[in-house]
Design a protein. Structure first.
Length: 738
């Protein structure tokens, strides 16, 4: 057999061991034992590499491809295709059954089964499983377990082969089967686009590939309708928009599918009639919403108006007397802006306090908590993320929790426990970091607040907007219906501190300030991207821990504008993991290696696990044989099965967007021309304000200046401000709330 670019050869044999298998892309390394008549100069075992569905020891394979010589691993067979079939030999069948294929069957029991049925073993398991009673010392419970496991494996194998055919990873196919059950393939073939709606991580491109492959026409109504919803979802996810103009929607769907706009227009009307998307009846040109966002805006607005208009059940507080009492108790006098914010919040049913770092927002929260508790009122403190809630607890001196845990997700009903029907029993609700709250969470949160309660939202409108759709904090301020106070006088700074000063410089469009000697803000010029990576590793692993006594895993966070390229989170996490946690047992998913000790971040809200988008934890343990890991979030262990691993990423470095609501003892911020399309003032401002004790800015002065000067904030298409400002226009539907 000669090495050749053109020749296509074939290797057949029995899988002796599965050296490596990537559930995400199917990449597999096998040690294969050829038939006895097949002789090789270097021994009888062959290394085969290529893509395959779930493969087990003992199976027989046929691989088509060519021989290559790898610089590291030597001679191996690079397969273009690998076809697996059940083993036929006694030895192969025995190895196959003992490979872990069937739960509870090891080498000893596999031998007893094969000794009983011989070469007919697999036929017995598939078609005559009642005959398992013939196997010596095999009880009823074990027989039932073997039969169930064998049937499940056959179904799973069929599903995996189907998934690989259409580019669906084993991990995602596992989620699909978990969602749809044994009829998964039939459901997918009937409506492939259902995957977009039901399975997180599967987008229109994958569903579209399946649909076209199984015979759906390019201009089919089903494809056209799916593209409408997908385009609206993309607008919400990528741009934060709640609605899209009809013409823009049809144009973007046309670009996606090349379906004529008249066909898409008809599909839009069908989606409107089915209620999957909604048209605002009071706008021209028409504004088209995803159904969930349409009702979230209206629910949020109605709940704000409900709280504002309801009388307070407790005796009014004399705000001026309360201010004087607290100042005497605290031993200092609030500045005029702070006093105004405090008095306004005490007098209002719903109020907002906004401003940048160091302007005294936390002081006002402390004052409000002290005053309300002195009146024996029940006060609830909450924030969108675990880190923000923990920081609120530490700075205010009262317990705070995340909004999700406050509302208590019920996995049985698939909704929050506290809602419009069962509202939270408290008198005052104070929420921090409210710039992070999107319109869906706002609707759920506000629904759970009783009409008589007082509500205070605290946040920074100059930070990046929420990851989810909407611009809730800004919309509430713009509505003019919610009393709000903006603080801009800096209090929290010291003679050597520059973090707060530079945050306000950025916000004002002014150059950054640096000082020689020890301070809390440093800039390091670095033009070459590879050098930026090396410097980042050096500072995180060595120089910052040595000079400031900080733990690189617990205290230092790398922040960058984007995921891709050399200075993106993906590459930086790979390099930082090599430097900080290079060895040990591991579980791999899609090229990402997870080891015990790794810092990781959750990518989506998982209510069943009580873990939410942006939560950061540490891998406590890994189980390579089961491809499972355990992650601790604030000391609470959470198990991730193989199908859940796509919800996690390494978090030695993270995007600035994902850092919202978090604060770290030290941050290393990289700003480079590689990030040009992302360079904006609110991005740099958000990054700097994440650092509590130390900010190290690495990068190119030109890129930093571009970010400071670029204050073009992309407006989000929302309707909440108008809805809060007054009653719904004629013809709009009011929602019934108890």
């Amino acid at each position: 057999m000669a090495d050749s670019e053109e020749a296509r050869e074939k290797v057949e044999g029995t899988v002796r061991s599965v050296v490596f298998h990537n559930d995400e892309n199917g990449y597999t390394v096998l040690h294969v034992e050829p038939p006895t008549e097949f002789e090789l100069a270097r021994g009888r075992e062959v290394t085969v590499v290529g893509k395959a569905q779930a493969v087990w020891e003992g199976e027989e394979i046929t691989a088509v491809g060519q021989w290559v010589t790898d610089k590291v691993h030597g001679r191996q067979f690079k397969a273009e295709s690998i076809t697996c079939v059940a083993p036929r030999s006694i030895v192969g069948i025995e190895r196959y059954l003992a490979s872990g294929l069937i739960k509870g069957v090891g080498k000893v029991l596999a031998k007893r089964i094969v000794d009983t049925f011989g070469e007919d073993t697999l036929n017995v398991l598939s078609r005559q499983s009642a005959r398992l009673v013939e196997v010596p010392k095999l009880g009823k419970a074990k027989i039932a377990q073997i039969r169930e496991s064998w049937r499940a494996n056959e179904t799973m194998r069929e599903n995996m082969i189907f998934g690989q055919t259409y580019g669906i990873s084993i991990a995602k196919m596992t989620k699909i089967v978990r969602r749809y059950g044994p009829d998964a393939i039939a459901i997918i073939k009937g409506d492939p686009y259902q995957l977009c709606r039901d399975i997180w991580g599967i987008g229109f491109a994958t569903a579209d590939k399946i649909a076209l492959s199984v015979g759906f026409p390019k201009d089919s109504p089903l494809r056209a309708r799916a593209s409408i919803s997908y385009t609206l979802e993309t607008e919400a996810e990528d741009g934060g928009h709640c609605w899209t103009y009809e013409n823009d929607l049809l144009l973007h769907a046309n670009e996606l599918t090349e379906i004529p706009t008249e066909v898409l227009g008809a599909a839009l009307e069908e989606e409107l009639a089915a209620g999957r998307v909604v048209c605002d009846p009071n706008t021209s040109p028409r504004r088209i919403y995803l159904r969930s966002l349409y009702w979230s805006e209206r629910q949020a607005a109605q709940h704000v108006r409900r709280i504002l208009s309801a009388p307070s059940p407790f005796r009014p507080i004399d705000a001026d007397k309360a201010l004087a009492w607290w100042e005497a108790r605290a031993g200092f006098t609030l500045a005029n802006q702070q006093a105004t914010a405090l008095v306004r919040s005490l007098k209002s049913k719903f109020s907002i306090i906004t401003g940048g770092p160091g302007v005294g927002k936390t002081t006002i929260i402390r004052a409000l908590v002290d005053i309300y508790k002195a009146r024996k009122l029940r006060v609830v403190l909450a924030a969108p993320t675990g880190r923000a809630a923990k920081r609120m607890t530490e700075s205010v001196g009262a317990d705070a929790q995340t909004i999700h845990r406050l509302l208590k997700w019920n996995p049985v009903t698939n909704r929050f426990t506290y809602d419009a029907d069962e509202q939270y029993d408290a008198d005052v609700f104070i929420f921090d970091e409210t710039s992070m709250i999107d319109v869906k969470l706002a609707a759920d949160l506000l629904a759970a607040i009783p009409s008589g309660a007082s509500v205070v939202w605290v946040g920074d409108t100059d930070q990046l907007p929420s990851v989810g759709a909407g611009s809730v904090l800004g919309d509430l301020i713009r509505s003019g219906a919610v009393p709000s106070t903006r603080l801009d006088r800096i209090f929290r700074q010291d003679s050597s501190g520059l973090i707060v000063v530079n945050a306000h410089h950025v916000n004002a469009g002014e150059p950054l300030e640096t000082r020689p000697g020890d301070t809390d803000f440093y800039f390091m010029r670095c033009e070459d991207p590879e050098q930026c990576v090396k410097r980042t590793i050096e500072f995180m692993t060595t120089r910052i821990p040595r000079k400031f006594g900080m733990d690189p895993l617990q205290d230092v966070q790398v922040l960058v504008p984007m995921r891709r390229n050399l200075l993106g989170t993906e590459n930086l996490n790979f390099e930082l993991q090599k430097a900080l946690n290079p060895s040990g047992d591991a579980v791999t998913r899609g090229g990402t290696v997870f080891r015990a000790g790794d810092r990781v971040m959750q990518l989506r809200n998982n209510y069943d696990k009580d873990v939410y988008n942006g939560d950061v934890g540490f891998v406590k343990s890994v189980m390579p044989s089961e491809r499972k890991i355990v992650v601790t979030f604030d000391g609470r262990p959470v198990t991730y099965e193989p199908g859940d691993l796509d919800e996690l990423v390494l978090a030695y470095a993270t995007t600035i967007h994902k850092s919202q609501g978090s604060e770290y003892p030290a941050v290393i911020v990289i700003m480079h021309t590689q990030h040009y399309v992302m360079l904006q003032r609110n991005l740099l401002y958000t990054a700097i304000t994440r650092g509590k004790k130390l900010v190290l800015l690495i990068g190119v002065p030109y890129a930093i200046n571009q970010a400071i000067q670029n204050n073009t904030v992309r407006e989000r298409r929302t309707g909440l401000a108008d809805l809060v400002a007054g009653p719904p226009p004629d013809g709009a539907q009011e929602l019934p709330f108890t």
